[in-house]
Design a protein around this ligand. Sequence first.
Ligand code: HEM
Length: 131
Amino acid sequence: MKKDITTIEDIQLLVDTFYTKAKADETIGHFFNEVIELDLEEHLPKIYRFWESILFGKANYRGNPMLKHIDLHQKSAMTVEHFDKWITLWEATTDEYFEGTKATEAKTKAKTMKELMLYKIKQSENPNFIQ
Ligand code: HEM
């Protein structure tokens, strides 16, 4: 039986593995490699803190993922297919290493974020949109 996500090291393994796959992916890789030339040394610790705050209730992530992805969409259109691929990779990576309450939560929360991001992105296309 696999273990659940319980430590910061577990989050690092999950996020690092996911980003390796996402960057190499033919559907979404360009967002990380070309649209934004992501500095992973700076970016990944932010993502660890994001998941620590979601899964372990640590209030150590400061940021606005909605606005970041609206900006990203303005640089290069983000579609439901891109988000579906992101979710497929996230779920596959989670299942590769973990199972349990937190692992399930990681997958559920990502799907909720996906829906919210798609909704906000659509809203942002309205000329009256106010951030
Ligand atoms: C098509 C799907 C997605 C793509 C291609 C994508 C790509 C990216 C990229 C390129 C950045 C860096 C933006 C920048 O620094 O300017 C970013 C930031 C981020 N993404 Fe995504 N993302 C996607 C979906 C998601 C989802 C579903 C979540 C949540 C579960 C998420 C969480 C985050 C967070 C927390 C940040 C950091 C925001 C900050 O700087 O504080 N992303 N994403």
